[in-house]
Design a protein. Structure first.
Length: 387
């Protein structure tokens, strides 16, 4: 049993947490209906932005989760306004030359179609799925993350993309066309064959030879160094592999999931919320990444559906223990403290060994807020995934 002696979040605390989250979303809804929360806060407060970032879908997802919790029609009305904006964005191709179509369109438009039958959401999400398909390389069999498709320097996938693939499985389900599912299956196989190291930590990104498609090398974009384990990347792996199993039912993915999760759990500090990179643990003068903790919780709660009861119960207990720490030590408590939901997350932390942008360090971030709400929701109802 992991983390003996650690307390689990109670059902009463889960309800209290979701009650506060939904009040927070409603309180700030007037500011963030025709605009969106930035990817990260500054001094714990998000600024409004247009629908131009890869992260906007998480805010709309918080609106939908709040709607599920409360039934408040103001939330549905705001989400519908935003769905119209997502259709405009994909039709006009505003900042969509990347792979993050699932992050954008699953918790916003797919959710709106599933929850409220919004046909505009369905149309927008299918266009986003087509856009994601357009980034698939036959040579190498993967979906390219960023950059021009003919760029040798960008001929790579990243572990985050596992969360974009449910959009393709949904598109096959809606259209009856297996082309979406087939691309997703092939990308998963390539990703899991190359991203996981011998010690079961993961690469953030992996490059391929543009001419032959042969695996070339792994590297980090946002981790501390190439050989370290970026905490959010490991968490994307945990949740992404659980979703991969959900849609493919390939038995070998269960073992891969347990390996990747085992690395994540065995490298947590004493309060169960990771530093931004697993290079660091208790005593390090480094920022945390609370978003990684809640992403991994969602992965455990998803995989628990498919495991024997004893294993499932253990993963649910671990998720409750991690969420207890987040609730006690990281969650926002008042409108005055922040307009977000979870403090002490890290978006992008520059180190001596990476070249990433430096922002959103020790702040709220939009996916951390969203996945916190998703994990809590999973624990109190038979939640139907947006993914």
């Amino acid at each position: 049993m992991y983390f003996e002696g650690k307390s689990q979040i109670t059902d009463e605390e889960i309800k209290a947490a979701l009650d506060f989250c939904t009040k927070q979303v409603l309180h700030y809804l007037p500011e963030f209906t025709y605009e969106y929360q930035n990817a990260y806060s500054v001094d714990n407060f998000y600024k409004p932005i247009k629908n131009v970032d890869w992260t906007n879908g998480f805010w709309t997802g918080e609106i939908w989760l709040s709607y599920e919790h409360t039934g408040d029609e103001r939330l549905k009305d705001a989400a519908f306004i935003q769905i119209d904006d997502y259709l405009k964005r994909i039709e006009e191709r505003v900042h969509v030359d990347h792979h993050d179509m699932g992050f954008l369109y699953s918790p916003s438009c797919v959710a709106g179609y599933k929850l409220a039958g919004n046909e505009t959401g369905k149309k927008a999400a299918l266009l986003a799925a087509d856009n994601l398909m357009s980034r698939f390389h036959e040579v190498g069999e993967f979906i390219q993350a960023w950059g021009p498709m003919d760029s040798e320097n960008e001929y790579r996938l990243i572990i985050d993309c596992l969360l974009n693939l449910p959009l393709l499985y949904w598109a096959t389900n809606e259209t009856g066309d297996n082309k979406y599912k087939d691309i997703a299956d092939r990308h998963i196989h390539t990703a899991l064959s190359n991203l996981i190291r011998e010690d079961k930590s993961t690469w953030h990104t992996f490059f391929f030879n543009k001419e032959t498609g042969a695996p070339d090398h792994g590297a980090t974009q946002q981790g501390y160094r190439d050989g370290s384990a970026w905490a959010r990347g490991q968490a994307w792996g945990v949740y992404g592999i659980a979703l991969a199993y959900r849609y493919t039912k390939r038995e070998e993915y269960i073992g891969i999931f347990k390996d990747v999760l085992g690395y994540f759990l065995s490298h947590l500090p004493s309060d169960l919320v990771p530093f931004w990179d697993f290079e660091f643990t208790d005593g390090a003068d480094q920022p945390r990444d609370s978003s990684s903790a809640v992403i991994a919780c969602c992965g455990m709660l998803e995989m628990a559906k498919y495991l024997p009861k004893a294993e499932a119960d253990e993963y649910i207990a671990v998720a409750r223990k991690i969420l207890k720490s987040v609730y006690d030590n990281y969650a926002v408590r008042s409108h005055e403290e922040s307009n977000g939901l979870v403090l002490h997350a890290t978006y992008s932390n520059r180190s001596p060994y990476n070249r990433c942008n430096h922002y959103g360090v020790d702040e709220c971030n939009s996916w951390g807020d969203y996945f916190y709400m998703e994990a809590l929701t999973r624990l109190i109802k038979d939640w139907q995934l947006y993914w």
